[in-house]
Ligand binder design. Structure first.
Ligand SMILES: Nc1ncnc2c1ncn2[C@@H]1O[C@H](COP(=O)(O)OP(=O)(O)OP(=O)(O)O)[C@@H](O)[C@H]1O
Ligand SMILES: [Mg+2]
Length: 470
């Protein structure tokens, strides 16, 4: 509910205003000194503050900027007694919303408050209205990815430097391109500078260009990457790999938009927007003296951290389907289906190479299953299946060791009935999981093999928390 802070030492006035605000349907908090009021405004978000000028511990007008800056960014309405009119006008030129006179009728007092509230409401709506983003080929609907897309939208409407971080294969280049494509610079070039492979002796001419004859082999003039990015975006990829000795030159690039081509006497200008990406921890590198902290501060006016795939497993299925459909389209083959065990397997895997590794795996799988309409775990590349098998053996070994520890010779020995129950439960789960893998989720076959009725199988799946869709 919208709320109002009233700062007035005149208790009767404070009470009258509080009753009025309450009647208008807003929450109200009274404060009787400036200190108390400022304290409330830092602890709680307010939409509007009604502020008296003469307070026991200071002049209300002096607190106006701090109140406006407080967490709720409230609109401030000055409450004026007679003789305060000059102060009230001064307050408005300094950012107060309006002023109300203590002697006014209730109606005259409510109007400015009502308008300030309507204004705040409109502003709130604008704040939550998502900026229309063309998300290109970015797949995923997990909260983590949606959070990143919000940042991309904000970065797209500004011209600020952005640092994109994340493990290898999480989509840093894709997100950088998306920012460019959504920015006002979309018609300019998106120029990638691969900082990991910059030969130190050529860096200046690659970035700034050179005049004819500037050095041996420069038989014609050439403009560098910086000029190429004029009106567009310069993307410093793998910025963490940049040798320390070259970081100073890059600091200059981030600060100045003018440069001098090698062998030239003239300064040239380039109006570019700067994005950078890394999978390294630049804060750690700066602490260890491997990365210039002045460069780091320059680069990250805004930061976007991309989550690893294992932190957003929810997206694995849609990414796999998206990429498989794209491959089918490219190869003009019919769309392939996925068996439940296929999805279960790719969900179990940790994907250290993130989306890139997933896409490569889907491509290998597609080729392995070229003529098969449905994909099964067996179509997955052998090394990945081996890793999955090893992980499952480890987890069963863990279960075994768990049983062993429950028979800890140093601890109390369990009753045979309890221990038997534990073994049965664990064995049941092991059996059912294997059954599902073996039958690839085919319930009819699973019933036949296990000799159990479908209803009983479902009951056991629930008991052991096994995915019933498989
Ligand atoms: N959310 C996503 N939706 C669709 N495709 C994605 C997504 N994230 C990454 N990709 C794809 O994964 C591959 C790797 O992405 P990208 O090259 O942008 O990663 P990166 O973070 O720059 O990796 P590296 O650190 O190794 O350079 C690309 O083919 C990219 O299109
Ligand atoms: Mg990259």
């Amino acid at each position: 509910m919208a709320n109002v802070l009233i700062i007035d030492d005149d208790r009767e006035m404070n009470y009258t205003l509080a009753a009025m605000v309450d009647k208008m349907g807003y929450d109200v908090v009274p404060a009787y000194t400036l200190r108390e009021g400022l304290q409330e405004a830092t602890e709680k978000k307010f939409d509007v503050v009604l502020l008296d000028i003469h307070l026991p511990d200071g002049n209300g007008l002096n607190a106006l900027p701090s109140l406006r800056e407080s967490s709720g960014r409230p609109e401030v309405i000055i409450i004026t007694g007679s003789g305060d009119m000059d102060g009230a006008e001064l307050a408005i030129t300094n950012g107060a919303w309006d002023y109300i006179e203590k002697t006014s009728s209730i109606l005259a007092m409510t109007l400015p408050l009502l308008r300030a509230m309507q204004y705040k409401e409109e502003k709130k709506k604008q704040d939550v209205t998502p900026i229309l983003l063309n998300r290109q080929q970015i797949i995923g609907d997990s909260p983590a990815i949606r959070h990143c897309l919000d940042h991309v939208a904000k970065a797209s409407i500004s011209d600020a430097n952005v640092l994109i971080t994340g493990e290898t294969g999480t989509g840093k280049e894709l997100f950088a391109r998306t920012i460019h494509e959504n920015s006002r610079r979309r018609n300019g070039n998106f120029v990638i500078v691969d900082c990991a492979s910059m030969p130190e002796n050529l860096v200046a001419s690659m970035l700034f260009g050179h005049e004819k004859g500037a050095f041996t082999g420069a038989d014609k003039a050439s403009s560098g990457l910086i000029k190429h990015a004029d009106g567009g975006t310069l993307f410093l990829d793998e910025i963490g790999e940049l040798p320390f000795s070259m970081q100073k030159a890059f600091l200059r690039i981030t600060q100045e938009r003018s440069f001098r081509p090698v062998g030239s006497k003239r300064e040239e200008e380039s109006d570019f927007r700067l994005l950078a990406a890394t999978n390294r921890n630049l804060d750690d590198m700066a602490r260890n003296g491997q990365f210039r902290s002045d460069l780091l501060f320059r680069l990250r006016t805004l930061t976007i951290h991309l989550p690893s795939l294992r932190e957003r497993k929810k997206d694995i299925q849609s990414l796999a389907m998206f990429y498989m459909n794209r491959l089918c389209e490219q190869h003009c083959t019919d769309i392939k289906g996925f068996s439940p065990d296929f999805f279960r397997s790719i969900l179990e895997y940790e994907w250290p190479g993130n989306v890139r590794e997933l896409f490569n795996t889907i491509e290998t799988t597609f080729l392995a299953a070229y003529n098969d309409p449905i994909l099964f775990t067996m179509h997955l590349p052998v090394p990945l299946r081996v890793k999955l098998a090893q992980a499952s053996i480890t987890s069963h070994a863990l279960e075994k060791s768990h049983l062993e520890t429950s028979l800890d010779p140093a601890g109390p020995h369990p009753k045979l009935r309890e221990f038997r129950q534990q073994v049965v439960n664990s064995g049941e789960k092991f059996y059912l999981e294997n059954l599902m893998g073996r039958t690839r989720g085919n319930m009819k076959e699973a019933c036949e093999i296990s000799g159990l009725a479908r209803a009983r199988l479902y009951e056991l799946f629930t008991k052991h928390n096994i995915d019933k869709t498989s």
